[in-house]
Each structure stands twice: as structure tokens, then as C-alpha cells.
Design a protein around this ligand. Sequence first.
Ligand code: ADP
Ligand code: MG
Length: 273
Amino acid sequence: MNNDKILEIKDLNISYRQKQNAVSGLSLSIRRGEILTIVGESGSGKSSLIHAVLGLLSSSVKISGTIVYKNKYVLNDFDDKLRKEISGKEIAMVFQDTLSHLDPIKRISYQYDEFITAHEKLTKEECRKLERESLKKLGFEDPDRILDSYPFELSGGMQQRVGIAMALTFNPALLLADEPTSALDVTLQVQVVEELLRLSEDHNTAMIIVTHNMGVAAHISDNIAVMKDGRMVEYGSKEEVIENPKSEYTKKLIEAIPKLDDLRFADRKREVF
Ligand code: ADP
Ligand code: MG
């Protein structure tokens, strides 16, 4: 039984000037190696929540509540130095659309070097070694070719896997993935999700995966949280939520799951705790 709590969020409220209560009274926690999926329609506050964890919200946004990392660091008021140490390295992020976070006129190697050296003082050769290893973990057999490419020379699926490789470079304890597969076609969605699962298992990485697809959640999660209008309307183990949903909204989402057998997800049999 492994009870290591990686992240605990208590009574989180987020208000933008133009949108009060984008997130409202939200509490959740995640343990080492756990996969928590956050499901909800567009505008329900999923990205706001993820951005709050990484401190990506601008200072004009009103936040209350607490976000505690490893029972120790209060993320919502930690100083810039600590934030720089933790984000990217201990807590990493995969964006919905990696391409929009890559500079189109710089080779992948250049941007990857920049990302690594922001966290560790490594030489060019050391960076290259780390980059090769990380890309290989994501199934790239010829990492040098990827590193020497410009972003536009890679397909959408490859870009997303590069994004995941970068995020996992330092073996983070927590990976936040905001709709990591919605920009991809279905076959690639399955591949990327399976890679995330494998990596979580291999490295005991906790993951918060945001998706609007209850079918994905039903396959990959240990726990599922359902958000609607900034509130969490459902939160529990995958089995509890799928078999015994409390809210009408969750029931509708479950009914709308397309035939799961059509999606060739790998069987997922593992113990998390
Ligand atoms: P989701 O990721 O679930 O689609 P978001 O967290 O992006 O939801 O948005 C939640 C609500 O907050 C929406 O009503 C959205 O319009 C609003 N919102 C998000 N970001 C901003 C912002 N920077 N300024 C004002 N309103 C915002
Ligand atoms: Mg979003």
C-alpha cells in the first residue's frame, strides 16, 4: 500500500475578471503512480485547474484555496525560484498542441537544449545524450533525425510524442496533460494514450490527464473527476464513477461513450496502490 500523496488541492476557487468562479470549491488529491482523469465539456474549468497547479495563471486572476505538492510545498504561494525548480522537472506539462509551444524556425535540438539547460547546467553533448534517451523511450528509433528536424517536418503525432518526451526528460513525479490527444486522429490518440500508460507504469509517474472523452477516461484512469461549470460533480475510482455515477451529467457522459471495443486500447491490469 503506497499512500504517498503527490498533490493535494483543497477548496480551489479561480475567478477571471470576465468570468467569476471558472473553478469553484474544487478539492482533489493524487498519489504516486496514480492516473487521474479530469473529464468535462469545454469551458468547465479543466485548463484553469491545470494552469493553477503550474502557476501559469496571470497575477490578475483571483485564486483562493491551497495546492500542496508532496505535503510540503504550497504551490500557490511559492516563490519564483522554487517554482522554477519544480515546474518542468518535478511537475511537467504536456500541452494539447505541442506545435504551438514549439518555435517553428528553430530545430527541435535547439529548443530541447534550451528546455534542459533551464533546469540543469549540462554541456551540449550531455544534453544530446539525455535527449536521445528520452526520445527513444517514446519509440523514436532514430532520435538524431528528430532532433535535427524543424517542428513542421514532423507529423502531428510525432510532435506530440516529442512534447511528451520533453516533459518526461527528468522523470517528473507528476505529469499534467491537458487534452494531450485531442489534436490527433483516433489511431494516434490510442497510441499516445498507451504510451502515457506505459510510461506511468515504468516510472511510477502520477498523471493528471484532461480529456473531454469519457471513453478514454474509462480505459486509462485509476480515478475520475467530472467537472461541470467549474464544479466537480463527480469524483471517485473509475469503477465507482462508471458503474455507479451520482450525477445526471456523468450518466449522460457514460451513455455517450462510443462502442469501447472499437477502440483498441491495451488491457490495463496493474495495481497502483
Ligand atoms: P476548459 O479547459 O474546461 O475548456 P477553461 O478552464 O479553459 O475550461 O475555462 C473555464 C472558464 O473560464 C470558461 O468560461 C472560460 O471562458 C473562462 N476563461 C478561461 N481562461 C480565461 C481568461 N484568461 N480570461 C477570462 N476568462 C477565461
Ligand atoms: Mg481546456
